[in-house]
Structures are given as C-alpha cells and as structure tokens.
Design a protein around this ligand. Sequence first.
Ligand SMILES: [Zn+2]
Ligand SMILES: [Zn+2]
Ligand SMILES: [Zn+2]
Ligand SMILES: [Zn+2]
Length: 186
Amino acid sequence: MGDKEDARKARYANTDRERMRWYDMVGLCTKCGNDMQSATSKWCKSCAAKQSKMVMAREKRLVANGLCRKCGKKPFMSKSVSYCAGCYEPVLRRAKAWHKPYLKMVFDHYGRKCACCGETEPMFLTIDHVNNDGNVERKAIRSNALPKHIVDSGFPKSYQILCYNCNCGKHRNGGVCPHTKKGDFL
Ligand SMILES: [Zn+2]
Ligand SMILES: [Zn+2]
Ligand SMILES: [Zn+2]
Ligand SMILES: [Zn+2]
C-alpha cells in the first residue's frame, strides 16, 4: 500500500532518472511505472513484450533489406546467418558457451568414448540416436539445443555417444556400424 503511494509520488519526481530509480526501488516497471517488474527484467511483462515485438519488427525490416539484424549497417553474411561477421562473433560465442555445460553433462552420463569402437578423443565424439530417428527429431529440436533436451528429459536410453566414423558408417550401412556388420558400399 505504502509502496504504491510512494510510486505515485515518484511520478512527480524531477527527472526521468530519479523516477526510474524510484520505480526500481519499489519493484514497479521502470518504463510505465504501473505494473510490477517481471521476473527477468526491470520492466513489466507487457512493456517487455512490446519492446521485443519492436525489436523483432526492426530486425525483420533490416533482414528484408539484406542488412545485419543487429547493427543494421553492414550486409548480413547469408540468409541463415543474418548478422554481419562482426556482430555474429559474440552471438556465436554466447551460443557455444550456452550449450557447452549441457554437452558436458551428456558426455559425462553416456561416457566419454565411442560406444562402438572406443574412440576417446572428444573432438571425434557426437551424440547418436540409437534408433536412427535423428532426422525426425532434428526437425523439432535445433542441433545445439539437443544436449539440453537430453538433460531435461533425464538422459533417455535412446541416445549414445559415437565417434564421427562409427556414426557416419552406421548411417551409410543402414543403421549398423560396419565395425559390427560388414555391408557392401563400393
Ligand atoms: Zn511496464
Ligand atoms: Zn552487424
Ligand atoms: Zn567409433
Ligand atoms: Zn563402429
């Protein structure tokens, strides 16, 4: 109650900065001052949603003009990477950093070696779908989101670690690694 009263007073504060500080102190949206801050930002849910809608519209406009979605100054690298090289670098770094701890958990759970040939060099290791239904799933989950998906679903038995060789061999050999069952390839 008292807080609301304080916030109302704050609306008459001398400067915008001062007012925003007030809103922040009493937990109100620092943009509109009407609603409570959301859990993830100093703005209320509707202000945050409006802002992200605006950002999305801006990015869409830039990309439609062939420009980097972030800086809007340089042309983007490609249709699938709609950033210029300079803006993409930190994005990529963050994406990698984000997915790394999950990948580590996945390797820790399934073992840091190829389930077929025993290869242990981490650079060679990949996540394999035991039942060869990776294509179906890949459409639903972006590949760098797969480790998190596996952790979230409690490390299902439908995954294993294979090296690139065994993984490729398995797909070329109709679902069984040629180490296990020789097939004719050439
Ligand atoms: Zn607001
Ligand atoms: Zn850029
Ligand atoms: Zn292998
Ligand atoms: Zn193998």
